[in-house]
Design a binder for this molecule. Structure first.
Ligand code: ATP
Ligand code: MG
Length: 567
């Protein structure tokens, strides 16, 4: 394609609000343009990359017998009411009404639609397993759309759904997907790590996320250098090892004045006691019941673990009013010594403490020397906190290492959550009716594009892996006004485009501008036709290493074939 015909509005300056490097480069290299917060147009170069990523995904999906469909973006509210998610999905769901005031959603994901699609057609175990996938625009009204395509409100996703008669068949497809995802991300040039994850709002039990390692990543991954252990920090288990050594002698409980002491840190300082020998008391509402959670002063509470422990998603922090009505004090002065109707649970590590300072449920007062069993009871202990870097890992390896990751894909075992709610049944091999068993599998296609740039760039621009580069070769005519350069460029363009995707910069621009644009756009191979065109010599340069060589035109074709192979 001639560059003058392609719409590539490169920028010299990047808008200040673009924080993420990939966002800056996408704007600067003229790949995207923002329409409104979290909503972008994909310009020609980005469109080509999206197609190449999608082609890799299609090939790998078809290799594991997943078939492509296109399902509606516009989804009737009734479907979402059937699954119970019309309420549960909350304000991320984009809702709208038609002219008759009927309610709809713009699909953020397609479990409801796909379940309703197959439930009328799938009758028998003999039709299973079945895996459907699509590549389509999704809508989520994200609270904080940011980082360009990394977190949009309108974005492109590959979503797949599998249907099975039994768990064993589901686990086989899950494994096939897991393997296919590893191949996909490798082929598009992403360094990813599959990690054990939380199943969140989609529901289900067993799940892995695929994270592209990158500093801009919003998730923390906990991993081991000695084993292949890797988990999202939300899930990374803390191994509880009871403290060794002598405990302090038990002291009498005492109530003391603690003016303006509102945090564990302030309390530790006020008392001259190490922070890890204090606790924090938090009041939550778990499935409608008030519960106090105690964790040690230097730890952070992890609500995903609480959800697992209490086996409910319905966990919120109690409001200040609710807390005041119940305990007569505000957060900052709370503690477990109370005769009010509230159950107390504690993180495993709290068992190691003696003579604990705790809030007195009275503004400006704390108890010191509170002891479990003597001054208050703990209903149960569990793993309620985030792991800390350096702690031992659950698989026996360790110490825990941390890295930041961008979640580019996720595979889920859904089980019967949707088939049960939406009555999608089949006859099993004994002729009995049973619910379908399901899995679902997503890849953020537009997020993957950004993640690739996060991992492949230098300070001059993008360095596309050849598998997804918008074009393979960039032909640049240094001075199109010189006849020899112009003619040689034209003829090389004609011959090279037979075999490669070629972008031909024949614009009447200064050479410096063209080279800057070329670095920014980042195509793998550059062929520069300049002064030595008359002798039949051109320069060939690799974008990744920056190495260049002068090559005679008569051997150019084979030179490029070899170079392209090596990339
Ligand atoms: P996140 O935790 O980042 O919000 P999610 O877990 O809600 O994502 P899934 O429901 O698993 O996302 O969706 C499948 C894939 O779609 C994700 O792995 C991610 O790559 C992509 N994705 C999700 N939300 C967005 C978004 N707002 N913008 C771009 N891609 C997204
Ligand atoms: Mg996810």
């Amino acid at each position: 394609m001639k560059q003058s015909k392609v719409f590539i509005p490169t920028l010299r300056e990047v808008p200040a609000e673009a924080e993420a490097l990939s966002h800056q480069l996408l704007l600067k290299a003229g790949l995207i343009k923002q329409n409104t917060a979290g909503v972008y147009s994909y310009l020609p170069l980005a469109t080509r990359v999206i197609h190449k990523i999608s082609d890799v995904i299609r090939e790998e999906m078809e290799s594991i017998d997943a078939v492509e469909v296109v399902m509606p973006v516009l989804q009737h509210a009734e479907l979402w009411q059937e699954s119970g998610r019309w309420e549960a999905y909350g304000s991320e769901l984009m809702r709208l009404r038609d002219r008759n005031q009927r309610e709809f959603a713009l699909g953020p994901t397609h479990e409801e639609v796909v379940t309703s699609l197959v439930r009328d057609e799938l009758r028998s175990y003999k039709q299973l397993p079945l895996t459907l996938f699509q590549i389509q625009t999704k809508f989520r009204d994200e609270k904080r759309p940011r980082f360009g395509l990394l977190r949009g409100r309108e974005f492109i996703m590959k979503d797949a759904y599998s249907f099975h008669a039994d768990e064993a068949s589901l686990m086989k497809t899950y494994q096939d997907m897991y393997d296919a995802y590893n191949r996909i991300f490798k082929r598009v040039g992403l360094n990813v790590r599959p990690v054990v994850a939380d199943s969140g709002a989609i529901g289900g039990s067993h799940t892995h996320e695929f994270h592209a390692l990158s500093e801009i990543g919003e998730d923390t991954i906990v991993y081991s250098e000695q084993s292949d252990y890797a988990a999202n920090i939300e899930k990374a288990e803390v191994v509880y090892i009871p403290a060794q050594g002598d405990k302090e002698d038990i002291q009498p409980l005492e109530k003391i004045e603690t003016p303006n002491v509102k945090t564990a840190k302030a309390l530790a300082e006020y008392l001259g006691r190490p922070l890890d020998q204090t606790t924090k008391s938090m009041v939550l509402k778990i499935a409608g019941q008030f519960v106090m959670i105690l964790i040690r002063g230097h730890h952070e509470m992890n609500d995903v673990k609480l959800k697992d422990f209490f086996k409910t998603d319905d966990i919120v922090m109690a409001t200040d009013d609710e807390i005041f009505n119940l305990l007569g004090a505000a957060p900052g002065s709370l503690g477990p010594i109370t005769d009010k109707d509230i159950k107390i649970y504690a993180d495993n590590g709290v068992q190691d403490l003696t003579n604990i300072p705790v809030g007195a449920n009275e503004e400006g007062y704390h108890y010191i020397n509170a002891n479990i069993g003597r001054d208050f009871e703990v209903e149960g202990y569990g793993d309620f906190r985030f792991i800390i870097e350096g702690e031992p890992l659950a698989d026996g390896s360790g110490p825990a290492k941390f890295a930041e990751g961008i979640e580019v894909g996720q595979v889920f075992v859904l089980g019967e959550k949707y088939s049960e709610a939406m009555k999608a049944t089949i006859l099993n091999n004994q002729g009995r009716e049973q619910n379908l068993t399901m899995g679902c599998y997503g890849i953020g296609v537009s997020r993957t594009l950004s993640a690739i740039i996060e991992q492949h760039h230098d300070d001059r621009g993008i360095i596309w892996p050849k598998s997804v580069a918008p074009y393979d070769i960039h032909i640049i005519t240094v001075n199109p006004k010189k006849e020899a350069q112009q003619q040689l460029s034209d003829s090389l363009y004609t011959s090279l485009k037979k075999q490669y995707d070629v972008l031909y910069d024949e614009r009447n621009e200064r050479a410096g501008v063209k080279f800057n644009d070329a670095d920014l756009i980042g195509l793998p191979i550059r062929v520069v036709i300049g002064k030595r065109a008359e002798e039949g010599i051109v320069e060939v340069k690799r974008r990744d290493t920056g190495e260049s060589e002068e090559v005679a035109v008569d051997v150019l074709a084979s030179y490029i074939d070899t170079l392209y192979e090596q990339l």
